[in-house]
Write a protein that binds this ligand. Structure first.
Ligand code: SAM
Length: 283
């Protein structure tokens, strides 16, 4: 899983046994510790691998089921990877099932290098960032990354101790959007410092917010839309950093909305002007 230094063509290797050491090593990417140590993560599906390549991400290893290796689109992908110096593993169904722990695994997978964004990306922005305070649920995070991509947000800020954006479950839920926007991971003091330098508005979402989420004018300033933890909401210090504290009106008996749903509702409002600008105003 070491990153290749040269552009020599990638090698193609066949693996049949699920207990092959390379399969065992790849399985280690299930663990956050291994993903962090190797600075890499596991991606499943032909579309996601193409998204990674097209987005300029470093693909380290391509893994293809032997019985799919004759399909035209797979042959094309293998040639593209080999030409870029990426090693290709042609694996048996048994090995692939063992590697992915799925009965019906995707026929194409890859190991890709992690790539996080920086605070400078946020400070340079003219758009909308979504900041998530200690998000815990991988499905929520993946859905928010996908939604942020679809609604034209500029990126995601992970604040504090969050679930790993490169966990396989999260990457699956992003449906390829993991490769679309920068993700910046910082602790709460670093976020508060960033907020103090940010040339725009911090809009926090809170069940006790005094402002309807539709009221702020999101079109005039860059925005950080700040969302709270699934159980505890926003910390007091994060609340203190907000220019507005907004609430989505609710009916019925639910205490609150699911985090990903609340993010989608607020982000759509915050990005409405931007979506109209790209010709997506369907009113
Ligand atoms: N028990 C938590 C609390 O008291 O804040 C509930 C957290 S809620 C499941 C997770 C996050 O979703 C909230 O911190 C907020 O960012 C957002 N959220 C959910 N429903 C909301 C609403 N009606 N208005 C504003 N934000 C909401």
């Amino acid at each position: 899983m070491m990153e290749k230094a040269s552009k020599a063509p990638g090698r193609v290797k066949e693996i049949d046994s699920p207990s092959n050491p390379i399969i065992k090593e790849l399985k280690g990417l299930e663990k956050k510790r291994v993903r962090t140590e190797t600075n890499s993560f596991f991606v499943e599906g032909h579309k996601l691998v193409l998204d990674a390549l097209d987005g300029g991400w470093t693909v380290r290893t391509l893994i293809v089921a032997k019985n799919a290796a004759g399909e035209n689109r797979v042959i094309e992908l293998i040639s593209r990877c080999v030409a870029q110096g990426v090693d290709v593993l042609l694996v048996s169904n048994k090995a692939l099932t063992s590697l992915t722990r799925r009965d019906n695994p995707q026929m194409v997978c890859a190991v890709v290098s992690q790539k996080l964004g920086s605070k400078a990306d946020v400070l340079d922005t003219t758009g909308t960032w979504v900041a998530l305070d200690r998000v815990r649920d991988p499905g929520n995070l993946g859905t928010i990354i996908r939604t942020a991509d679809a609604l034209g947000a500029s990126g995601i800020i992970l604040v504090g101790d969050t679930t790993d954006p490169y966990a396989t479950e999260t990457v699956r839920a992003t449906m390829g959007s993991i490769f679309a926007n920068p993700i910046v991971a910082i602790d709460e003091p670093a976020f508060l410092d960033l907020a103090s330098q940010f040339n725009g508005r911090i809009v926090g979402t809170h069940l006790e917010g005094s402002v309807d989420f539709r009221v702020p004018d999101y079109s005039t300033h860059p925005t950080i839309l700040l969302m709270g933890n699934e159980q505890a909401g926003l910390t007091d210090d994060l609340v203190g950093a907000c220019d507005h504290l907004v609430r989505i009106p609710q009916a019925g008996t639910a205490d609150s909305l699911n985090l990903a749903v609340a993010t989608a509702i607020c982000l759509f409002k915050a990005r409405e002007h931007g979506l109209a600008a790209v010709g997506e105003d369907l009113s």
